[in-house]
Design a protein around this ligand. Structure first.
Ligand code: ZN
Ligand code: ZN
Ligand code: ZN
Ligand code: ZN
Length: 280
């Protein structure tokens, strides 16, 4: 490890870490690190914001790099900030931010649509948050059945949604069902997401089916990860989508058609390489 600062020397590590925090935004500074004539340091983002005046001493900033600090930071290795969530990584200072942006242990944000909910936490926290605070229903098993919220859609010109938690294969999935109007055309949309990382989603497949009056509409897909923005995603079209008149042929001619979704989740086969000789 040579001259790396290792966690054993906790006191100097803490002082050093403090030195690397920007005096304006208090975040760890990335290269380039700037300083004023009096030695006050700040990050490049804040330097651009403070209009070339040192926020500590009001002197002109100029373009003075603090190479000594930049260099010292190179030798620093820190724990990932999500250590308490189980991340075992100790990471070189400059790659820490990059790692943390995509760390598999980073907490999840609450996927409840529309409401500005700021809850974040690990999977057990999020599952109890969804059931306790948002009163989401939890269903057990890999086959499920539920009803689309179709009532009152016109009356309130509104956007309606529901998130149901499906607990199967020791995982938690969210079934998002949404209904909204585009002009006067109602759109019903449903998709599944996994409370887990992107990399795990490929292990599962699911199907959703809406049937009635001798007709049936089926969608088969791979769950998303709740890390993806799951706000309205009609553009991605990676969902079961039922449009206006189709809803009536499936759910009845009434103003509020009765649409029942049946679904299934299964473990996907690991794809086998089927490469063939290209010379043929
Ligand atoms: Zn800053
Ligand atoms: Zn200064
Ligand atoms: Zn991490
Ligand atoms: Zn929430």
């Amino acid at each position: 490890m040579g001259n790396h600062v290792v966690p054993g020397d906790l006191h100097s590590l803490t002082i050093f870490e403090e030195l690397l925090k920007c005096s304006v935004c208090f975040e760890h500074m990335n290269r380039p690190i700037y300083q004023c004539h009096n030695g006050h340091t700040l990050c490049s983002g804040c330097k651009a914001r403070v209009l070339n005046k040192c926020p500590s001493c009001r002197h002109q900033l100029g373009d003075i790099r603090c190479l000594a600090l930049e260099k010292m930071a190179e030798s620093l290795q820190l724990h990932c900030r999500y250590e308490e969530f189980g991340c075992p990584e100790i990471i070189p200072y400059y790659t820490k931010l990059m790692h943390e942006d995509s760390c598999n242990f980073r907490p999840y944000s609450c996927p409840w649509p529309q409401l500005p909910c700021s809850a974040v936490g690990d999977i057990p926290f999020l599952v109890s948050h969804l059931t306790d605070c948002h009163k989401a229903v939890m269903l057990y098993g890999c086959k499920f059945k539920l009803e689309f919220l179709t009532e009152d859609l016109y009356k309130y010109q509104s956007y309606k949604w529901d998130v149901t938690i499906i607990n199967c294969f020791d995982k938690h999935f969210c079934l998002h069902a949404e209904a909204f109007l585009i002009g006067s055309t109602p759109v019903y949309m449903a998709f599944l997401s996994l409370i887990g990382n992107q990399a795990e989603t490929g292990n599962y497949s699911y199907s959703l089916e809406i049937g009635g009056n001798g007709r049936k509409l089926t969608f088969e897909g791979i769950p998303r990860s709740i890390r993806e923005s799951e706000r309205r995603s009609l553009e991605s079209a990676d969902s079961l989508i039922v449009l206006g008149s189709m809803a009536h042929s499936l759910g009845g001619e009434t103003r509020e058609p009765k649409l029942e979704i049946t679904g299934r989740i299964w473990k996907s086969q690991i794809p086998v390489c089927t490469c063939v000789d290209k010379t043929g």
